[in-house]
Design a protein around this ligand. Structure first.
Ligand code: NAI
Ligand code: 1HS
Length: 256
């Protein structure tokens, strides 16, 4: 532990599992008071218990980031729980699904957009009044390589992630002069999470694996900790001059 987030209060959405959980753990190990928020109440509670057992200060809340009323209620409680101060928001919650425009049904399109982009907007909207009053804070959104290049058969997801990356720059333009930095991470495939497994699907044949990996110059997929490290950099004061950036953590996927 190097205490890079000592005395910072951090809310991480979608943090009961995967990249979000790894981020909550890392932030806690770096001295932050952590708020786990996740659509799965049971998983959120278990995640917080795990962190508390490690000596981390953590509290869990059930939250569907697409429900604006719930976002308002749960964030109010979460911010109050840590004495009304909020230093870090990580808009990590996201879902992916498959379909090209011609065969994506509107309800799937709307759900993918809702969780990724509406959720990012809702959660940011409710922390901003406190951050503006403080004159400090950092918001980190979750883009993707899919927000930069077209991934065949992922229309809604690519659109949602591109929107998040655009919103990141826009928010940075509005708030960086007010002490609030806004950035995003853009991960490449992290195969070990539930989303990674969904992405890779059931075809785990060597030929398919080789084809997928050929998109990654580094020759492997990412690990949740590698994305958490990016969130940590953007959350910490080490990135104090970094505003509105997209940090690609993708093994070079977007370079070829
Ligand atoms: P995951 O599926 O393993 O975990 C996502 C977490 O978010 C789960 O705990 C889930 O319950 C929660 N969640 C889902 N919908 C929610 C909602 N409406 N409200 C609150 N919580 C909700 O996913 P993973 O892989 O950890 O992804 C995290 C973020 O990283 C996502 O934004 C994803 O789009 C992004 N990402 C993931 C990549 C990957 O290959 N795994 C690559 C690029 C970006
Ligand atoms: C789900 C995540 O945002 C990554 S989409 C990229 C898929 S791949 O074709 O580069 O493995």
């Amino acid at each position: 532990m190097t205490n890079r987030l000592k005395n910072k209060n951090a809310i991480i959405t979608g943090s009961a599992a995967g990249i979000g959980f790894e981020t909550a753990k890392l932030f806690g190990q770096e001295g932050a008071n952590v708020t786990i928020m996740d659509i799965s109440e049971e998983a959120a509670n278990k995640a917080a218990e795990k962190l508390i057992k490690e000596g981390i200060i953590a509290k869990a809340y059930a939250l569907d980031v697409t429900d604006y009323n719930a976002v308002q209620t749960q964030f109010k409680q979460a911010i109050e729980h840590y004495q009304g101060k909020i230093d870090i928001l990580v808009n990590n919650a996201g879902i992916a699904d498959f379909g090209s425009v011609d065969n994506t049904e509107p309800n799937l399109w709307q759900r993918v957009m809702a969780v990724n982009i509406d959720g990012t907007y809702f959660c940011s909207k409710v922390v901003l009044p406190t951050m503006l009053e403080q004159g400090s804070g950092t918001i980190i959104n979750c883009g993707s390589v899919a927000g930069t290049v077209g991934i065949p058969g992922m229309a809604a997801y690519c659109a949602a992630k591109a929107a998040i990356m655009g919103l990141t720059k826009q928010m940075s333009a509005d708030y960086s002069g007010k002490g609030i930095r806004v950035n995003c991470v853009c991960p490449g495939t992290v195969a070990t999470t539930a989303m990674g497994q969904q992405l890779l699907g059931s075809d785990t044949s060597a030929a398919t694996q080789k084809k997928r990996l050929s998109k990654y110059p580094i020759g492997r997929f990412g690990e949740p900790k590698e994305i958490a490290n990016g969130y940590l950099f953007l959350a910490s004061d080490e990135s104090s001059f970094v505003c509105g950036s997209s940090l690609y953590i993708d093994g070079g996927m977007t370079t070829i």
